[in-house]
Design a protein around this ligand. Structure first.
Ligand code: NAG
Ligand code: NAG
Length: 366
């Protein structure tokens, strides 16, 4: 008798524990108006693709990382292409890269920034410890940011190229929603870009989604930022080191870096074969102590995979560029060697692709 009772009790406890776990997952996946899991798994692919160095493949959207969800949608819905790049910019001087393109789902202009290409990601991460808050964000009293991150977007070929591409896109598509993304240092640049679009370019519908980005400014900056670009998701993964840097010093609120919201922390719970993924939507402070800050940031491998998608270039240390000679018809090089590849959104991609195809490039456009 006693045994049976224990058995029932144990079974009940088990069921409660199990359903609790499931509820936890459901609760964290889709209850927040700002966070859309499906959208995140699409956007992460753009943040991954922008690392690739073959400019021809990126411009024709035929790269190895360009074939995920967008390719499936292309086949099912018979779209010519799930995504069309209209501007690809490589700042050779500073080893930076970004693109602007038009996506069908989500129906938006996507802007993506590549992360660092330093010879050693470890060295780059170690340097992050020492980054100073050394620049006053223009027009925002007491808002301090890191000069290096700020200038990587504002004082390179990237900003003018992006602004120009957005103007061209606007002529063809009107006021479309803009989604800005990037991983690591690219995430830092994406956040400065999103803010710039709102503050200086009067864009209405701007969404920012970054993956494993470092802190970029102080609490005052974070507060301005979150008012101006409320539609922002900052995804962090497990023990990824980079979102922990530059460090947050609890005891020096005036001197410390401070993340802006809204963090979504991806982590595993359970043991052995019962491990599953949780996506925790964090509080509005930017520094939710129960999210990634609740663990130590001690992993580089957690920095390099988001939603199962490989981030980084896989060949660190190279600012290598691969470009088909035919692509030079569409490219401009400035006096400092920086490259701009532009495409008129109204011109058919087919023509461009067959041109590249003459050089033996793989092209998947019908
Ligand atoms: C989430 O994003 C996907 C992909 O863009 C979209 O199809 C879906 O409607 C979105 N869901 C919500 C609830 O907005
Ligand atoms: C901005 O860029 C120009 C040209 O590359 C350079 O001469 C200048 O020093 C940069 N300014 C800062 C503050 O980095």
């Amino acid at each position: 008798m006693g045994k049976t009772r224990w058995f029932i009790l144990a079974t009940c406890l088990c069921l409660i524990a199990f359903s609790d776990g499931r509820e936890l997952k459901a609760q964290h996946t889709n209850r927040h108006p700002l966070y859309n899991h499906t959208l995140a798994t699409i956007i992460v692919q753009y943040a991954s693709a922008v690392y690739l160095s073959d400019l021809t493949e990126l411009l024709t959207w035929t790269c190895s990382r360009c074939n995920g969800l967008t390719e499936v949608l292309r086949i099912i819905l018979k779209w010519k292409q799930g995504f069309e790049v209209i501007e690809l910019v490589v700042d050779v001087e500073h080893c930076l890269q970004g693109f602007v393109g038009i996506a069908k789902d989500p129906d938006a202009i996507i802007i993506a920034f590549r992360g660092t290409q330093e010879s050693s990601i470890q060295n780059w991460i170690e340097d992050l410890f020492w980054k100073q808050l050394d620049l006053n964000y223009p027009g925002m009293t007491d808002a301090m940011v890191h000069r290096g991150f700020y200038y990587a977007y504002h004082n390179t070929t990237l900003r003018p190229a992006i602004v120009n591409a957005l103007e061209r896109a606007k002529k063809n598509y009107g006021d479309t929603k803009i989604i800005v993304t990037g991983h690591s240092m690219g995430g830092a640049m994406a956040s400065f870009c999103g803010l710039d679009l709102k503050v200086n370019l009067n864009a209405q519908d701007v969404q920012v989604m970054t993956f494993g980005q470092p802190r970029v400014g102080n609490a005052v900056f974070a507060s301005y930022y979150s008012k101006l670009v409320p539609n922002t998701i900052r995804v962090t993964n497990g023990h990824d080191m980079v979102p922990h840097l530059p460090p947050y010093y609890y005891y020096f609120p005036k001197k410390t870096y401070h993340h802006f919201p809204r963090e979504v922390w991806l982590y595993n719970i359970g043991l052995g074969s019962l491990v599953y993924r949780v996506e925790k939507i964090c509080d509005g402070s930017g520094e939710d102590p129960s999210c990634s800050r609740s663990v130590s940031g001690n992993s580089i491998s957690d920095h390099l995979v988001y939603y199962g998608v490989e981030m980084g270039s896989g060949e660190p240390g190279t600012c290598r560029i691969v470009m088909n000679p035919q692509a030079s018809d569409h490219s401009i090089r400035d006096s400092r060697g920086n490259i701009l590849l532009s495409r008129d959104p109204a011109s058919p991609l087919k023509e461009l692709s067959s041109k590249f195809d003459n050089e033996g490039k793989r092209v998947s456009v019908e």
